[in-house]
Design a protein around this ligand. Sequence first.
Ligand code: GLN
Length: 547
Amino acid sequence: MARYVFITGGVVSSLGKGLASAALGALLQARGFSVRLRKLDPYLNVDPGTMSPFEHGEVFVTDDGAETDLDLGHYERFTGVSARKTDSVSSGRIYSNVLEKERRGDYLGKTIQVIPHVTNEIKDFLTIGEDEVDFMLCEIGGTVGDIEGLPFFEAIRQFAQDKPRGQCIFVHLTLLPYVSASHELKTKPTQHSVKELRSIGIAPDVLLLRSEHPIPEKEREKIALFCNVRKEAVIAAYDLKTIYEAPLAYHREGFDQAVLDAFGISPAPKPNLDRWTDVMDRLENAEGEVRVAIVGKYTQLEDAYKSIAEALTHGGMANRTRVRAEWINAELFEREDPSPFLEGFHAILVPGGFGERGTEGKIRAAKYAREKGIPYLGICLGMQMAVIEAARNLAHVSDAGSEEFDHEIGKKRFTPVVYHLKEWIQGNHLVARKHDDDKGGTMRLGAYTAALKPGSRVAQIYGATEIEERHRHRYEVDVRYREALEDCGLTFSGMSPDGRLPEIVEIKDHPWFIGVQFHPELKSKPFAPHPLFADFVRAAVDVSRLV
Ligand code: GLN
């Protein structure tokens, strides 16, 4: 049965609990243990699928089709363990399950209460798949003291009591603020945060302290004393040059050792950190730099395209080069000619997105890349834009567009080259979706197989003719335009196995022009860069050598 590590946060939010959890997962793996990471989010949305990327960052999609928090992306990037639907839960989902059971009469007429009904629902969630791994790492979103978080804290307290002694430990991440006037690191907020935790029955075993300055021994002792934690379990978490330094940095500070000590695992297996020293070597000893323009919509918040930014970094690592990604708001190209802005970039990426805003700008960016021979990677909406561009400018469908942008009833502006597919076969089932369904849960979500055309560029890049990639979209390129587009040079080089859904398009007579209906960025890892991103960056390096 798995051992459980609960990771909570205090003092302020955004201290990097997700990263700390992911790095701990990587360190436990380095010592030969198997791990699974989970996120428990206190917000009331049932899942983050309908939350704005402006507010919440990107929606991460799992193989089994769950729309989750972007922290699950961190977990996968650090451990390589594919997350599942059952690795992410919100208060909204928990309450919705409880209420559903109540309506069904599952509680036999009982009064439904937070304790025990909500807490039991949370505890049941925690145990899913517990026999499969050595360690289950569970991160609780938000900070201790948040009203919404309380049922989760109560549930993990009970959970540790229910389990045999020594099966669960608590890691608490806080901040040591620095007061420059007195040149001091202040421990009081941490003391208060631990006090808050202890008041709800949770005593942390390990404290992880974010600090911009070295933590003197004296302060460490003080925190250990006041917070009732062993001195060796007071771990410094300093600012990092890159997130991928986290496993090595946390190991240096003794984080994984403190966790193993708290479980009484002795002697602890020696870690093999080769994977992470190689990752750091590639990052620190990169030669040269390529500039990639990302022409998108959600450009104000970097987290909105988190996985793309990371996958580009990984692509750089595969080529031992640095990738400078620059974000350009696609709307700019609706007012201005893209040429002066895109000149000097070695590659162009148009990412996924929803809604019409900015799409004409993206189409112009795709046209620029096609005509100028600049490497182009179109992801999901970025592929649809490339197809529309080719339909308009090569196949003479001058009003080509997507049904997504023609939602006003009775007012058709476009010929739908990209259309809303109403149903398709998945396994043995007919899956249907309606245009006016709830916004949540009406998309083609999760991993689907694509058959690649032998001899195509993508088949060469993947080194395979069958791949599996993750999807998150409502609309599809209409296969009826295949012939017309292929006659103009846009090859449909990846299709769903039944040949109905275009998955990949590419232009043969172009240095590198690929559009994919799926999200390859979700599967890229620093130690295993995604082949499409690795080759895209390679093509950008080639362009950079020409100029
Ligand atoms: N809005 C498009 C669709 O739903 C593309 C979605 C995406 O880019 N993830 O098909």
